[in-house]
Design a protein around this ligand. Structure first.
Ligand code: CA
Length: 221
């Protein structure tokens, strides 16, 4: 999730991230970012501080509560030492002072994604399947399951809410940016590939379609 109110900066940042294969939800106010943190699963937050409806720092405690373990990188033109310290004190993982090179931003993103997470375990085990939702890695009996990025996003969203029905809309939001055009049957296509790959690997996991509502993941019975 990119929280940024400067349109030009956001557009450039977003396209750099998309080139790296990220799906980007761009929010330009605190209130939209708040809503998004409740309704969709994100892997990383890029947070500007000076936003039209307040100080981005105020979002950090909510992000920490709603998305434990999701790295937050503060992006701000305010480079003063006190701002850096208060951003990090409140739980940001890193801090980039504008202007910065996109290459540097991408390197910092890779670094926070690699960092072992002390706040919350990212590994979830169901059946013989072990998914690290922060690293975007799924293994069955120690062998990596080769998944496309969007298949991984669906799997993360389902496994984080295992045993519960996940609404179709939340899955679509996890797979596509809010502004991407969603093809009506593509979620089902991702799910069926995911099922086949997990089945072939002997994951011992089932994904049930709940007609008209969404999907539910659980250990095979
Ligand atoms: Ca701003």
């Amino acid at each position: 999730m990119l929280v940024e109110d400067e349109k030009e900066f956001a557009t450039v940042t977003r396209s750099a991230l998309e080139q790296e294969g990220f799906v980007v939800d761009w929010m330009d106010t605190i209130s939209l970012a708040n809503e998004a943190s409740r309704s969709a699963v994100h892997d990383l937050i890029l947070l500007d501080l000076t936003l039209p409806d307040g100080d981005g720092l105020s979002l950090i405690p909510r992000f920490r509560a709603d998305m434990p373990g999701v790295p937050i990188i503060v992006l701000s033109a305010r480079g003063e030492l006190t701002d850096r310290v208060s951003g990090l004190d409140r739980g940001a993982d890193d801090y980039l002072v504008k202007p910065f090179e996109l290459e540097e931003m991408l390197a910092r993103i890779r670094a926070v994604q690699r960092r072992p997470n002390e706040l919350a375990p990212n590994e979830v085990t169901v059946g013989a399947l072990v998914v690290d939702t922060a690293f975007g890695e799924a293994k069955v009996n120690g062998s990596t399951l080769e998944l496309q990025r969007r298949e991984m996003s669906v799997l993360s969203a389902l496994i984080l809410r295992r045993g519960r029905t996940v609404l179709r809309e939340s899955l679509e939001e996890a797979v596509y940016g809010f502004d991407d055009e969603i093809q009506s049957n593509s979620l089902d296509a991702h799910i069926s590939r995911l099922r086949r790959k997990m089945n072939d690997a002997g994951a011992g996991v089932e994904i049930h379609a709940i007609r008209g509502v969404g999907y539910l993941l659980k250990a095979a019975s």
